[in-house]
Structure formats: C-alpha cells, structure tokens
Write a protein that binds this ligand. Structure first.
Ligand code: SAM
Length: 242
C-alpha cells in the first residue's frame, strides 16, 4: 500500500473547524494512517478499516482537541494514556511539534508499532512507553509531571480520571474524548474527581452544528495535588471505580 492521499473532505472539514494544518503535516498524517491501517491487517490496533472512516473518526476526531492545546507553550508536556495505535497522541504530536508527547499503553505490540512510527515519521517529540497508568502514576519521573493528559476509548470517566489525574501537574488538565454518555459518566464520577484533585469541569461539543458526530470533549482541570494512595493497584480502577 502506498501512502494514502489526503481526501478533499478532510481539507474542507479542517477549514470548517478553523484548524490550520500545514501541507507537510497533512502528508505526515497520511503516512501515519497508512502505517496504522497496514499494520492493522496483522496486529489489532483499531476497529476502523476503511480509509475515509479512519480519516474522519481517527484523524479528524483527534485534531478536534487542538483548540484545547492552544494555551500550552513550547516545551510543555502531554501524556496520552491508553494510546493504543497512537490516538489521539500521534495526530496531535504531528500538529504540535513544539510540545513533548509521552504515549503510554499497557500492550507491548502496540508500543512496538508506535516506536516504528516514531522512526518512520521522524517524530522527535514523541516518546512511547509500555506500562500501565497505575504504575507510572507512582513513578517520580511521571507523577504530577504533565501539563495535559489526553485519553480516548479507555474507560468510563471515574476509571480514566484515576489513570490521568495523578500524572497531571496542579493547574494542568485532562481532556477526554467521549460519546453521548459523557454527561452521565461525569455525574457518576463526582466522588472520584473530588478525591483525585479535580477542579473546574467542562463539556465541549467537538464539532459545530452540521457535522455528523457525537464527539464530546470533557475538560477537567486539576487544582490540587492527588493524595499519595492514588492511583490504586493495577486493575483496581477498572474493577472498583472510585
Ligand atoms: N486510545 C486508543 C484509540 O482511541 O484508538 C486506544 C483505545 S483501546 C480501546 C484501549 C487501550 O488502552 C488499549 O490499547 C489498552 O492496552 C490500553 N489500556 C487500558 N488500560 C490501561 C492502563 N491501565 N494503562 C495503560 N494502558 C491501558
């Protein structure tokens, strides 16, 4: 398979979203998508197989986070938790080469794929790490070190908050990509958010009217340090959410 062409509808949608992505960045996104879909034939990285759907649901959806990264300055740090095949971390890293991205996933073969992408695309601002969020959350190199945590399709809000918030600095934020259940999951996660150190919350429609999408972004600001006992043991946040 040669590199995928950038579809015209993606350029049009980026214009409608007022997201400016340079031509060389679009080419890098096409190269990444090509590697993802090709590797996906042998290794399970995503349920999406059709290239047009992949451009919409994987690339464009990931890029809708960009306005939420606008306040980050050059050299700031982002961690993508449960990144799988690199979503949303790799598209964001291509669009924001001035930020430093750490992509973590528990599964070795996914992290091996990410390492091959970093090499093939020459992504100097991306560091893939194989580990569980519950472990990195207690590692002094990672605990409370990131300006922003992103997360897509990893779990319900109470679970992903326990993965992400311990990794974020006080004053930093978590941005979760969610579907129609965002509001009810957020309501269910009230206790978890209070205990982990969350402050202001916002629900943001990722797309303006006229787009066929139910993507909702949950923004959670961290306003105080996370108590030392969190995250709990690996597996506990999923089995027994706070
Ligand atoms: N974010 C990617 C996406 O949207 O395509 C991957 C989503 S996939 C459904 C969930 C990923 O989260 C898996 O790759 C899994 O290995 C990873 N994961 C789940 N729990 C994790 C944890 N506690 N720590 C690190 N990774 C985790």
């Amino acid at each position: 398979m040669s590199n995928l062409a950038v579809p015209d509808f993606i350029r049009a949608d980026l214009d409608k979203l007022e997201l400016s992505i340079a031509d060389d960045q679009l080419e890098a996104l096409a190269h990444y998508l090509h590697l993802l879909l090709e590797t996906n034939q042998r290794t399970n990285l995503t349920a999406v197989k059709d290239p047009d759907t992949a451009w919409r649901r994987l690339i464009l959806d990931s890029l809708t986070l960009l306005p939420g990264l606008e306040m980050l300055e050059a050299g700031n740090t982002v961690i993508d938790v449960g990144t799988g095949g690199g979503l949303p971390g790799i598209p964001l890293a291509i669009a924001r080469p001035d930020l430093s991205f750490t992509l973590i996933d528990a599964t070795g073969k996914k992290v091996a794929f990410l390492q091959s992408c970093v090499e093939a695309l020459g992504l100097k601002n991306v560091r893939p790490i194989q580990n569980r969020a519950e472990v990195l959350g207690h590692d002094p190199e990672h605990r409370q070190k990131y300006h922003l945590a992103t997360v897509r399709a990893v779990g319900k809000v109470a679970e992903i908050a326990e993965y992400c918030i311990p990794l974020i600095k006080t004053g930093g934020r978590m941005l979760a990509m969610k579907g129609a259940a965002a509001e009810s999951e957020l309501a269910d996660a009230g206790d978890a958010l209070a205990v982990l150190g969350a402050g202001d919350l916002a629900l943001i429609d990722a797309y303006p009217e006229g787009f066929d999408s139910e993507l909702i972004l949950i923004s959670i600001v961290k306003d105080r340090p996370t108590p030392r006992e969190y995250p709990r043991e690996p597996g506990t946040p999923r089995k027994t959410p706070l």
